[in-house]
Design a protein around this ligand. Structure first.
Ligand SMILES: Cc1ncc(C[n+]2csc(CCOP(=O)(O)OP(=O)(O)O)c2C)c(N)n1
Ligand SMILES: [Mg+2]
Length: 646
């Protein structure tokens, strides 16, 4: 074990040994006598404990600690430390108690530091939000079988969003080692099986050396574009037992993975098409992996002076950049003669109009002659079962390669095709686009005033009031509520950390915990994290607020409280209207009323500063101001804003 830290925890282990010997000497004594002894290991509770609890509280474990100075978990922590993993989000469980104990006492609860979550879905979603903000994964640990079952929807969101999360699930591989009861029902032959359709890779190491190699491999696979969650099943005995052969263990080195760049010839061909086009269009979705990504998209767009349609899967393009034509989506798609679609998740869905309100119909959103070029890693790793790949779209040139990594070469190639004549034409095009952009911004400002004084409060006013109070801070808007609407139309997004995309799998319950994960990353950088949180989303995972308070993670939750699963409410109304049956009944099963939820009280119950419910728009600014003051002092805060729209 050449790379292992040399027993920084020897003192603890020695203490444990001597404490245990004291305990062992008392084992034969009657319980009553032991309870009176001068220094019981743990004071029993006032209520009569059950036999197992009594044994745990009054007796020392009777075997291992006497001789055991290391655990496999210690080595596992050493492996995690080499991967620079900042946090381990988890809900505690005996199937990974070996790892848990080692993180605390061998690893000193740093790198990783434990973040306690009250649901495994929260733990994975925190990892998803963190990775997109910080550019690297954290670890998540869960109980065998049942904890993993809770984790799965969030793993699916991370998979669809192409985000790396390292998931560790406890298991007891050897049947003869399982205690009757929970240890049997929480063990499996292959616990990762239920996650395999939405992870990039998984393994169940049988030895510590195997653990080291597979964990480093898992990290490498997870962080190589297209990224995704990975899963390691952790045998309990491997974690808990002493390290048999410390000198024989070696932690492999993680080499930095260089993302794949598109073929140079293909990029040159794309450049030629783009440079010659009358109305080239850049469509970007999950392009920016690092802070550099946005600058590279800007450089290409400015070189071409062309329209950019930002699908906002990441922070790809400044919202106020004159070439940003996202608000003119229909127009720029229809005008385009060459379209460069970069890391677009659903290309067909982007290039076609689809209606499902009456009967399902579709028609193209682009000209039949438009040439579509794709650049991305989207299709380099697909799985068959879950249909997250969308309908097949014809394209003229399909370049496999990480868009961010390929952009400098593409931009250089475009520059080679630009002579003075093209430059003049490009400048004229850019000028027209800038004018159209300015008009869009003016229209957004005027649209936002519609129903300005209405109560319940309009979403436009809610967003504008929040922006008015944070715009001079180093803000970061995260989460997926109100995606790509008012904030992107009204706010000045220009820094890489000001947005981190959406859920991926549209699994509700993403917003609250992924935003907290992003806030955990932002905390280190002193940024003010804000999220608009759907009430339906918050009802899935309200206990996220406790984690925010417990770990002192500053974040402003603005609850977009339309007292409904409003999207579904609208779908149901359309369905009833289609059948001419009236919409009177459609609030049944779709609204969150009777009783109305008082989220400010819920927040306070979890130790979070709570404001609201805000019904009158004039009460909003003072409530936000108090909440933001709390956030700036390092606390989480929530403002419940009663709205009536999506
Ligand atoms: C896990 C899960 N359950 C159900 C749905 C269906 N669904 C889609 S949007 C939505 C409403 C979410 O409510 P809220 O967060 O309040 O957003 P709103 O539509 O009201 O803006 C639901 C239930 C889903 N996408 N994911
Ligand atoms: Mg709602």
């Amino acid at each position: 074990m050449s790379k292992r830290r040399q027993s920084p925890d020897a003192a603890r282990r020695n203490f444990l040994k001597s404490a245990t010997l004291v305990g062992a000497a008392t084992i034969a004594a009657p319980i009553a006598a032991r309870a009176q002894s001068a220094a019981p290991r743990v004071r029993p509770k006032a209520l009569p404990p059950g036999p197992l609890q009594l044994a745990a509280e009054t007796q020392a474990p009777n075997s291992d600690p006497v001789n055991q100075t290391t655990s496999g978990g210690d080595f596992m922590v050493d492996v995690l430390k080499t991967l620079d993993i900042d946090y381990l989000t988890m809900n505690c469980a005996s199937s990974f108690r070996g790892l848990h104990e080692a993180v605390l006492n061998h690893g000193n609860n740093t790198k990783p530091e434990i973040i306690t979550c009250a649901h495994e879905e929260i733990a994975v979603h925190m990892g998803q939000g963190y990775a997109k903000m910080e550019g690297k994964p954290i670890a998540m640990a869960c109980h065998g079988v049942v904890g993993l079952q809770h984790a799965t929807m969030a793993m699916y969101n991370a998979w669809c969003d192409r985000v790396p999360v390292m998931v560790f699930g406890g298991n007891i591989m050897e049947a003869n080692k399982r205690a009757p009861g929970a240890e049997w029902v929480h063990s499996g032959v292959d616990i990762a099986a239920i996650t395999r359709d939405f992870t990039k890779w998984d393994d169940q190491p049988a030895t510590l050396q195997h653990f080291a190699e597979s964990t480093v491999r898992a990290y490498k696979i997870a962080t190589t574009p297209p990224m995704g969650p990975v899963m390691i099943a952790l045998d309990a005995e491997l974690q808990e037992n002493p390290i048999a052969d410390p000198e024989g263990l070696r932690i492999p080195k993680l080499a930095k993975v260089v993302p794949p760049q598109g073929d140079a010839g293909a990029l040159a061909e794309a450049a030629k098409l783009l440079a010659a086009a009358e109305n080239p269009l850049i469509v970007c979705d999950r392009v920016a992996r690092t802070p550099d990504g946005m600058a590279r998209v800007v450089e290409l767009a400015e070189t071409l002076q062309c329209a950019v349609l930002d699908l906002a899967g990441r922070m790809n393009f400044p919202s106020r950049h004159p070439l940003n034509q996202t608000s003119r989506r229909g127009t720029v798609l229809m005008q385009a003669d060459v379209i460069l679609a970069m890391e677009v998740n659903d290309l067909w869905g982007t290039l076609n109009h689809f209606r499902d309100r009456i009967v399902r119909t579709s028609h193209p959103a682009i000209k039949p002659t438009a040439k579509v070029i794709t650049l991305g890693v989207r299709d380099l790793y697909l799985k068959a079962n879950y249909q997250d790949f969308g309908r097949y779209q014809d394209v003229a040139l399909d370049i496999a390669g990480d868009a961010q990594a390929s952009l400098p070469a593409l931009t250089e190639a475009v520059k080679r095709f630009v002579d003075d004549g093209r430059k003049t034409a490009f400048a004229a095009r850019g000028k027209k686009l800038a004018e159209a952009h300015a008009q869009s911004v003016a229209r957004a400002r005027s649209d936002a005033t519609l129903g300005w004084d209405a109560s319940p409060i309009s979403t436009a006013r809610m967003c504008a009031e929040v922006y008015a109070q944070i715009k001079d801070e180093d803000w970061s808007l995260v989460g997926n509520a109100i995606r790509n609407t008012w904030p992107h139309r009204l706010w000045d997004f220009k820094k890489p950390h000001q947005w981190n995309g959406v859920s991926g799998g549209a699994g509700v319950g993403y917003n609250a915990p992924s935003s907290l994960g992003a806030a955990l990353a932002n905390k280190r950088h002193g940024r003010l994290t804000v999220t608009f949180n759907g009430d339906g989303d918050l009802m899935f995972v309200p206990q996220t607020l406790w984690t925010a308070a417990h770990h002192r993670i500053p974040i402003l939750y603005v609850v977009h409280n339309n007292r409904a699963y409003h999207q579904e409410y609208m779908y149901l109304q359309a369905m009833a209207a289609r059948l001419n049956r009236g919409i009177e009944n459609t609030q049944i099963g779709t609204t969150i009323t009777d009783p109305n939820v008082d989220y400010a009280t819920v927040a306070r119950g979890f130790g979070v500063h709570g404001e609201g419910p805000i019904v009158d728009p004039k009460d909003l600014a003072p409530a936000l101001s108090r909440a933001i003051a709390a956030v700036k002092s390092g606390q989480p805060a929530l403002v419940d804003v009663v709205t009536d729209q999506r």
